[in-house]
Design a protein around this ligand. Sequence first.
Ligand SMILES: Cc1ncc(C[n+]2csc(CCOP(=O)(O)OP(=O)(O)O)c2C)c(N)n1
Ligand SMILES: [Mg+2]
Length: 570
Amino acid sequence: MSKKVAQVIVETLHSAGVKNCYGIVGDTLNTFAACISRSDIKFVHMRHEEAGAFAAQGEALLMDRLSAVAGSCGPGSLHFINGLYEANRNRAPLIVIASQVVRSELGFDFIQEVDFKQVFAGCSVFCEMILTADQALRKTVMACQAAISKRGVAVLIVPVDIADADATEEPPFRVHVNRPVIRPSDEDLDHVATMLNSGTNITIYAGSGCMKAHDEVVELAGRLNAPVAHTTRGKDAIEYDNPHNVGMTGVIGSESGYHAILDCDTLLLLGTDFAWRQFYPGHAKIIQVDSDATHIGRRHPVTLGVVGNIKDTLQALMPRIAQRHDATFHDAYVERHRKALKAQAQRSVPGHNGKIPGQLLTSIINRLAAPDAVFAGDDGTPVVWMMRMIEVNGRRRTFGSMLHGTMATAVGTALGLQQAQPGRQVIALAGDGGFSMLLGDVLTAIQENLPIKIAVYDNGKLGFVELEQKGEGLVPIYTDLKNPDFGKVAEAMGLWGRTVTKADDLESAVAEWLAQPGPALLNVKVEPMELVLPPFTAIGAAYGMAMYSVKAVLHGKAGDVLEMIGENVL
Ligand SMILES: Cc1ncc(C[n+]2csc(CCOP(=O)(O)OP(=O)(O)O)c2C)c(N)n1
Ligand SMILES: [Mg+2]
């Protein structure tokens, strides 16, 4: 029997490093699925394609390797879209096999026909249809090469008649994976060094580009006596074993990170593309190093921008940097950070009447989780507490939707992290809104034997949005969630499940939950009035809160205002 085109595609994905393909089968994908089942790639059978894309990008980011998703034509592959935006923004190398209706019907509004090229253009680095059988190998190779080298989503649209067609003899195209050294020219490095050597109060702001450059960043900070602030996505690389760490800036950052960036006279941006312009200093000289030249100066004007990988660049830069001796600026911000951490620890205590703030839950999970645990946090308050309170150590990893900002990534991402590393502790920190949005894929944990641990932060509301509304002076609308007992729901679904309502019971429940051999869900009734306090006094938000308080009292909700004050201030 001759080889089918679908088999050529599967063999090429495997040769490019794909180990798992997440998706849901159907009509136009069936030949492809049959080929996968005979290959060394595992098909992970999801309940919703969006969760499949979250899972695949989690695997790709954790393992730094190509991952894949595959969907049926029309609605099947369309369902991936939000997860593909997430993956592409996170620079996760991912292949999408979007199967398509038969070529002879394309362009006639055939049932389930969707123009995938148009649909996926905005969330991909490559998006092409295989038009003839003799393009299959070459286009699949190109897609893999694009996903790996441009770091993003590559979409291969495969009409069903092409997948079913006999493969033809093609030249031996193949995927080349390599990791070049990329650093600025000597002249550019001299400019960077001159500016750094003449700075007085220097701050380093480190992003996800520092992922493999921990030692180099810490060494440079020591040489410059520079405090190091980091982005959420730079946390795993920079926060640990770093005597210069001053935390994050931004709305969910800390006071020390926020001020270290605003108060410096020279700011060194390393592999960060932090989007919020108001957090950049107005008067400092700014030097930016990034491996992607299109990122230079796109958030805020910079004095000097150079192109290079952070590790390669800092290794070449270091001999040009003189040891600074004045540590006044450095020490002041490191001390501020120490105080900020202490204040945060003081907030991680039981609320009134034994209520459980989300911060307390997160601090206990942080303490009891494995030293190499991986965490995925839902957009909303869980991701804020994760970024602020989960302590990383060079082995732990944290994943949140920090660039796309979508709800419901935690469980899907956790499934992919666990699929990639079956023996590792994987913890999903889910909001009750996010959790119920893609609830179906909790079943994937059972079906695919993935022992993820899910904590549901059950505050009975879309909490983060409620805070936004209050900050704008509005009385919250459409934020209430009428939840079932998610602990019982979990049990009915076949997981270990438990609900906790009192702070006294929390620690033992977390320990029992984490000790489960299989998938387990701990539903925690968390304090619904807990505020996410920014690292600065936001006059607008404070005014908004005051307006909310007045309006709430007028609407007969004085009790809510008192509860909010009681849980956060008194
Ligand atoms: C798909 C999607 N829909 C809506 C939003 C807007 N949004 C951001 S956070 C949030 C609330 C999240 O609620 P929940 O998961 O319960 O977390 P909480 O903040 O209550 O802890 C919403 C609706 C979004 N980011 N993504
Ligand atoms: Mg909620």
